[in-house]
Design a protein around this ligand. Structure first.
Ligand code: HSE
Length: 398
């Protein structure tokens, strides 16, 4: 019998408990022996919840119990998750997590520590919720050089943008609704400012390159400045506005950024709505492949953590190789990325004088019009836009 502990009984932790309990028989078959939850760690009490039978408030109890071979770290945040994870790995316990902050910050180091102690650090749930993307990148696509990973990696903002698009609501009203429904946090900055998507694309780029990407190096722009006027233009152009995370191979490195983008109706990411996520991967041999599914939420995320627990149980004493070394990857400057840009300008402005020939867009918005520039680099755009009176800019994808 294999004993596991779950650290954190919040949304994801209670989901992991539910997945393992609900699918116990099938999980036991897939592991090849019984897999049981011996502890759930949380500071709170849960009167009336069957979890009380295994609840502990003491991390040391889990750490010192040699029977516990696998720990799910679903506490979130950097501390004490980092210290707890490190100590579990050093004590010879595999750790499975959904904690993207921790994986983005210390992934390479924790993988290294796991390796030194003949255990595994697995983090399928850290990107794309229930979508299998870490494992495909790490095992199925290893014969390819990854040329591009782009995707919609944040469920909350995708839900909000879908609502703004469909119902013509303002950003602030949609945010209130998303908070009311429990999608957006009371402090929603990590989602709406793009920081969550930034950490996720940092993790994916680290796996694609095999080196540590510092998420602080990634240019990140959120959705807080998007207005109903932007959606009027998007509709006119048969496009949707999505918060896009993009990582493109440039020479020996990658150029990475997170920002809202106008996506054409024919692009596969156009159809990704509500809390769904999708990751689009291009390999030099594979061509393109898209991974789509529930990007957030209790059970999808818990399912990915529980899947890692099964994998860890099948590999006790054996290391699942992960290609992610601690040396830092110097990213290519985002100024090199090329694309078209959509700008809004006041009536009477002459965008052609700044950007050259492009396409004017009339979405019947009073006092202004839109303009799509020719393809140019971010650096060229910044130089040309400096003198022009731009109301707002959105990047055009595809
Ligand atoms: N806040 C995240 C999202 C949760 O909305 O996608 C899943 O990582």
């Amino acid at each position: 019998m294999i004993k596991v502990a779950i650290m954190g009984y919040g949304t994801v932790g209670s989901g992991v408990y539910e997945v393992i309990k609900t699918n116990q028989k099938s999980i036991d078959k897939k592991v090849g022996q019984e897999l049981r939850i011996k502890y759930v760690l949380d500071l709170r009490e849960f009167p009336g919840d069957p979890v009380m039978e295994v609840l502990t408030h003491d991390f040391e109890e889990i750490l010192n119990d040699e029977e516990v071979k696998i720990v799910a770290e679903v506490m979130g945040g950097l501390h004490p998750a980092y210290e707890f994870t490190k100590r579990c790995l050093e004590a010879g316990k595999s750790v499975c997590t959904s904690n993207k902050e921790l994986v983005a910050e210390h992934g390479a180091e924790l993988i290294q520590i796991a390796k030194e102690h003949q255990v595994n650090y697995l983090f399928e749930a850290s990107v794309g919720g229930g979508i299998p993307i870490i494992r495909p990148l790490n095992s199925s696509l290893t014969a390819d050089v990854i040329l591009e990973i782009s995707g919609i990696l944040n469920g909350t903002t995708n839900y909000m943008l879908t609502k703004m698009d469909r119902e013509g609501l303002d950003y602030i009203d949609v945010l209130k609704e998303a908070q009311h429904k429990g999608y957006a946090e009371l402090h929603p900055e990590a989602d709406v400012e793009g920081w969550d998507a930034c950490r996720k694309i940092a993790i994916l780029t680290s796996l694609a390159s095999g080196s540590q990407v510092d998420y602080r190096d990634i240019y990140t722009e959120g959705i807080t400045k998007i207005t109903t006027r932007d959606f009027a233009y998007a509709k006119k152009m048969n496009r949707a506005i999505k918060l896009l995370a993009i990582s493109r191979k440039v020479g020996d490195t990658y150029c990475v950024m997170v920002s809202p983008a106008l996506i054409h109706r024919e692009h596969p990411l156009y159809m990704v709505n509500d809390v769904f996520n999708a990751v689009f991967v291009e390999g030099n041999m594979l061509g393109t492949s898209m991974f789509y599914g529930s990007g957030a939420g209790k059970l999808p995320t818990a399912s990915a953590v529980a899947g890692d627990i099964v994998d860890a149980a099948r590999h006790l004493g054996k290391i699942i190789t992960l290609f992610w070394e601690p040396e830092k990857l110097e990213l290519a400057p985002m100024e090199q990325m090329t694309r078209r840009f959509f700008v809004r300008m006041k009536e009477g402005a002459e965008p052609e004088a700044y950007f050259g020939d492009g396409e004017r867009i009339d979405a019947r918005v009073p006092g202004e019009f839109g303009f799509i520039t020719p393809v140019m680099s971010e650096a060229e755009y910044a130089a040309k836009a400096a003198g022009a009176e731009i109301i707002s800019m959105l990047r055009v994808e595809g």
